[in-house]
Design a protein around this ligand. Structure first.
Ligand code: ZN
Length: 405
């Protein structure tokens, strides 16, 4: 599925209603009536259809409508369908079931080095996801896997997988789908399961836009220091900006020092190597323990050391300065109305907001960059939630898909 096409497709009225409920814009039937601009009778029919499909519950008990009249609350059904989301990274993987409204119903994370053989990576992730789904007893709307590599679209193949060693053109979507099928995972009513693959920071950006701190931004720029390296994404008018082949927004390879450290891409001084978790640990002298994800170690070191450890502070301030330089360039090129930071950068912003925003402003021509809000993402599992958005999308466009065999 092409997300851009899916988002631009004409959803059914029930699909528009479901999307409004899913994204928190219509928590009550009266709110949904206002948002849709249709009669109460029509909204009653639509919510009845969504209820009959097992997607929502209509709670007549509360809600606080106009003139003191209670308005029926629209809630995700506690037994309703879920999306199956997976996120693979160089230090392991996580899987989750994500319900309507971006709610993580169940989650499991496994730590361990990722295999350079993609099949050996996706088999345990699919097995863990299938176990969660079986335990939940809930139907599945679809699956999606987020990976630390650019992902072609259409095609679902990974390229530039610099941190996992997968060959260029690895068919990550098809591999994950095949492993899920081997595990016996089926879609609602026994149908074949739809499966998507997406870059991990693209997934994070989509999750934050739909369910987190990116809501209502028209041009949302997300830059995140993940488990290794740095990624970027742009959500424009609700859809991921993909470029001509799905490979846009490689923010990690923006050079912030032409004489800097060598990057795995062949260039020098990329943000990937000048301001990522490994660089912070390297400069701050933090131990790199094999039994703990690098990202977790970097975040823990920042939290513990930034207030009083001069070496940690110097390393963090250096990362903030280099990140600020890259952000100023991206802001100047893309003209976003909001910037969200993820992964280690979220911690960096929380600890040194003035330093990071000051670095952006000092490199911004005409001061434009200083006026763009730079905030931290708010989702604990943004990558998983964003991947789940892709899996949910066909049902959000047309909920009646759950009815047809
Ligand atoms: Zn690079």
């Amino acid at each position: 599925m092409d997300l851009t096409a899916a988002t631009l497709a004409s959803p059914t009225l029930a699909g528009v209603a479901l999307t409004l409920i899913h994204t928190g814009r219509a928590p009550t039937r009266s709110a949904l009536t206002r948002q849709l601009g249709v009669t109460r009778a029509t909204v009653g029919a639509v919510t009845g259809e969504l209820r009959d499909l097992g997607l929502i519950e209509v709670d007549a008990g509360a809600g606080g409508g106009r003139q003191g009249r209670p308005s029926h609350r629209l809630l995700p059904s506690p037994a309703g369908p879920v999306a199956l989301a997976a996120q693979v990274h160089p230090d392991g993987f996580a899987v989750a079931l994500v319900g309507l409204g971006g709610t993580v119903v169940a989650r499991r994370a496994v730590h361990g080095p990722v295999s350079a053989d993609p099949a050996r990576t996706f088999a345990p992730a699919a097995e863990a996801a299938a176990a969660l789904l079986r335990a939940s007893g809930r139907p599945c709307v679809g699956a999606a896997v987020a990976v630390p590599a650019a992902v072609t679209r259409p095609g679902g193949t990974a390229v530039r997988a610099l941190y996992t060693g997968w060959p260029d053109g690895t068919p990550v979507r098809d591999l994950f789908a095949a492993e899920l099928e081997r595990q016996g995972v089926r879609g609602a009513r026994g149908r074949a399961l739809g499966c998507e693959a997406v870059n991990d920071v693209n997934a994070l950006a989509l999750g934050e836009h739909r369910q987190g701190a990116g809501r209502d931004a028209t041009h949302l720029l997300v830059v995140s220091a993940e488990h290794r390296g740095v990624g970027g994404a742009l959500v424009r008018d609700g859809a991921l900006y993909a470029g001509s082949g799905g490979l846009a927004m490689e923010a990690g390879h923006v050079s912030v020092d032409p004489d800097g450290r060598p990057c795995r891409c062949g260039n020098r001084g990329c943000l990937n190597v000048e301001a990522d978790a490994e660089r912070l640990l390297d400069e701050a002298g933090g131990p790199v323990a094999a039994d703990r994800p690098v990202l977790d170690q970097a975040v823990a070191l920042l939290r513990a050391g930034y207030p009083g450890d001069s070496r940690v502070r110097a390393a963090a301030d250096g990362c903030a300065a280099r990140l600020g330089l890259a952000l100023a360039g991206l802001i100047n090129v893309l003209n976003p109305d909001r910037v969200l930071l993820g992964g280690m950068y979220r911690e960096l912003l929380a600890l040194a907001p003035a330093r990071l925003r000051g670095a952006v402003a000092s490199h911004s021509p005409w001061g434009v960059g200083a006026g763009v809000p730079v905030e931290g993402g708010t989702l604990a599992d943004g990558g998983l939630i964003g991947a789940a958005e892709l899996a949910w999308q066909p049902v959000l466009d047309n909920p009646a898909l759950l009815r047809t065999a």
